[in-house]
Design a protein around this ligand. Structure first.
Ligand code: TYC
Length: 102
């Protein structure tokens, strides 16, 4: 009968695997010099966070050393990292942003 263990096993073995693209976490790193307001500004501008969300994430980085600020496709993650690094460089802040595969 349908629903037998063998039917279920065959269905599981032969179902097409859905391919998902790998996703990448964008990480913000703490340092002792970048002003808190600058980090909040970056999170609002580049990661579409509300002011309250940006403060919350900035404080998490400040306390724990690192936090995930978003998860994106490889291309979008690379762009976000480059944008953070460019804003920080322009203001001569040592803020660091990296990405890693989820
Ligand atoms: N630790 C910094 C300070 O005390 C603030 C800070 C937060 C810096 C988050 C970087 O990713 C960061 N001014």
């Amino acid at each position: 009968k349908p629903g037998d263990r063998e039917d279920v096993e065959l269905a599981v073995k032969t179902r097409p695997k859905t391919q998902r693209p790998p996703m990448y976490k964008v990480l913000l790193l703490n340092d002792d010099f970048t002003p808190m307001e600058f980090v909040v500004h970056v999170l609002e501008r580049l990661f579409n966070m509300t002011h309250a969300q940006a403060i919350e994430i900035m404080l998490m980085v400040h306390r724990k050393g690192v936090a995930v600020v978003g998860v994106f496709s490889h291309e979008i993650a690379e762009t976000k990292v480059a944008q953070v690094m460019e804003l920080a460089r322009r203001q001569q802040h040592p803020l660091q942003c990296t990405m890693e595969k989820e």
